[in-house]
Design a protein around this ligand. Structure first.
Ligand code: FAD
Ligand code: NAI
Length: 462
């Protein structure tokens, strides 16, 4: 029987990064992956293909709608969706091959097939057993189903099908006003679809700062997206002219129907542990099916660990990666650690939405006194030059110590701008520290400095 120091099950950003870090630390490592390519949901059907289509569709939107304002007149613009999809495939291909190269470089064995934990220290892959001193479960997540809405990945799709459509739907109805719904809804709206988002709650992107969410809804509505908030979908019937959805108002109970050419179901994701054999081995899961771990990613069974989407916490690729590094270091006897107060979240729409740390709602609920500094992109010279003045930067700092507790940005390149505040939080910086740091002019990052100045009521350009 082949034996390894570590067998990782799942080669998503959690699993493959864990395997690389463990190999760097001198372990003999294998990684089990049942998909034909490495990289997990993120590289194959998640982060990377969605960002490829977001970029392409934004280029199309710019060319058709924004360039004339810059004095650039383009005529006869046409959409070649087949090429756009092929390009997306090329981007994915380059990324997944990159991981395969990294496995070879780090001498990591890819065990191809479905892995199952047969006992502590034993993993079976399609019938062949391997021994492992340590096992890391990194099997990720899958789309959450909804009763009465049967996914066929053609007319009723999850994100996976929504990334593969071969024509622009006339009317796309998105169930769920969260990250997937708004990113992929934006893609298809930019390419010409009418998009209606049906959201159970009375707001979009729950968990994000409420003020940002309101502004985001207004901006997306101006772009043409329609919203049906406080509404739930109770059924879907497929017919010759599309899918008829039954909607029910959460507030009044009133029902109505809505016809869609394509329906995107995006109401969240759930931990994926199918046929892993966890129950047989006795690995504990919580009521939501997530593997239960302690502060060191250890399950209740010695030698078995878990990371990424399959455990609690935000379902984000970079969170999974951080955990992959940390658990490899812990297994190697080092002090691996993840700072959950400094994990950014980014929504890659236009404008982008980015956040880190606490929201105002969370600080209020915890009874923590805080100060707010806000700066709008309308007052930032670079944003004006770009023609991208929608949105603002908001920094939250402790009222007594001035320590930065959170930041919420809606605006151009918010996902890049947030990195500065993530670093500030990681270093325990105060708003004053950020405010006194020299920022290049003219850059969007000056809006972050100004928001930090505004915490103390001394923004210079507003
Ligand atoms: P996964 O990436 O889900 O990988 C798990 C792997 O394990 C899979 O390849 C699976 O085939 C394999 N596996 C499962 N069971 C077995 C088994 N028994 N044997 C062998 N192999 C097995 N996050 C971001 O941070 N930024 C984004 O922009 C972003 N965009 C997204 C867009 C979409 C459309 C989706 C769906 C998700 C997006 N995410 C994004 C979330 C991100 O993809 C996940 O958080 C991330 O992939 C989780 O990584 P993971 O390693 O835990 O699991
Ligand atoms: P989500 O949790 O972001 O949003 C789901 C939305 O659906 C919520 O607003 C929720 O209130 C709503 N909802 C739930 N049940 C409903 C119902 N029956 N009817 C109508 N609305 C309902 O989940 P989403 O968008 O599916 O994304 C899943 C995960 O993938 C996210 O947690 C996110 O972490 C990750 N992701 C991250 C991205 C990024 O970082 N840019 C991009 C895409 C996904």
């Amino acid at each position: 029987m082949d034996s390894f120091d570590l067998i990782v099950i799942g080669a998503g950003p959690g699993g493959y990064v864990c395997a690389i870090r463990a190999a760097q630390l001198g372990m003999k490592v294998a990684c089990v992956e049942q998909r034909a390519t490495l990289g997990g949901v993120c590289l194959n059907v998640g982060c990377i293909p969605s960002k490829a289509l977001l970029q392409s569709s934004e280029n199309f939107q710019e060319t058709t709608h924004a360039l004339a304002d810059h004095g650039i007149l383009v005529e006869g613009v046409k959409l070649d969706l087949a090429r756009m999809q092929a390009r997306k495939g090329e981007v994915v291909g380059a990324n997944v091959k990159g991981v395969e190269f990294l496995f070879k470089k780090n001498k990591i064995t890819w065990l191809k097939g479905a892995g199952r934990v047969t006992a502590p220290g034993r993993v079976a892959v399609d019938g062949t057993e391997y021994a492992a001193r340590h096992i890391v479960i990194a099997t990720g997540s899958e789309s959450m189903p909804l009763a009465g809405v049967e996914v066929d990945e053609k007319t009723i799709v999850t994100s996976t099908g929504a990334l593969e459509l071969d024509r622009v739907p006339g009317h796309l109805v998105v169930i769920g006003g969260g990250v997937i719904g708004l990113e992929l809804g934006s893609v298809w709206r930019r390419l010409g679809a009418q998009v209606t988002v049906v959201e159970f709650l009375d707001r979009l992107i729950p968990g994000n700062d409420g003020e940002v969410a309101k502004q985001f809804e207004r901006i997306l509505a101006r772009q043409g997206m329609k919203f049906r908030l406080s509404t739930k979908v109770t059924g879907a019937t497929k017919g010759a002219d599309g899918v008829t959805l039954t909607l029910e108002s959460v507030k009044t109970g009133k029902t109505e129907t809505l016809v869609a050419d394509v329906v995107l179901l995006a109401i969240g994701r759930r931990a994926y542990t199918a046929s892993l054999g966890l129950a047989e081995v006795g690995v504990a899961t919580d009521p939501r099916g997530r593997v239960v771990t302690d502060g060191h990613f250890a399950t209740n069974i010695p030698g078995i660990y878990a990371i990424g989407d399959v455990i609690a916490g935000p379902m984000l690729a970079h969170k999974a990666e951080e955990e992959g590094v940390a658990v490899a270091e812990i297994i190697a006897g080092q002090a691996g650690h993840v700072n959950y107060d400094a994990i950014p979240g980014v929504i890659y729409t236009w404008p982008e939405v980015a956040s880190v740390g606490k929201t105002e709602e969370e600080l209020k609920a915890a009874g923590i006194a805080y100060k707010v500094g806000k700066f709008p992109f309308t007052a930032n010279g670079r944003a004006r030059a770009m023609g991208a003045t929608e949105g603002f930067v908001k920094i939250l700092a402790d009222a007594t110590t001035d320590r930065v507790l959170g930041a919420h940005i809606i605006g151009p390149d918010a996902g890049t701008l947030i990195a500065e505040v993530v670093t500030a939080i990681e270093f325990g910086a105060s708003a004053e520290d950020v405010a006194r740091t020299c920022h290049a002019h003219p850059t969007l990052s000056e809006a972050v400095k100004e928001a930090a100045l505004a915490v103390d009521g001394r923004a210079l350009h507003i």
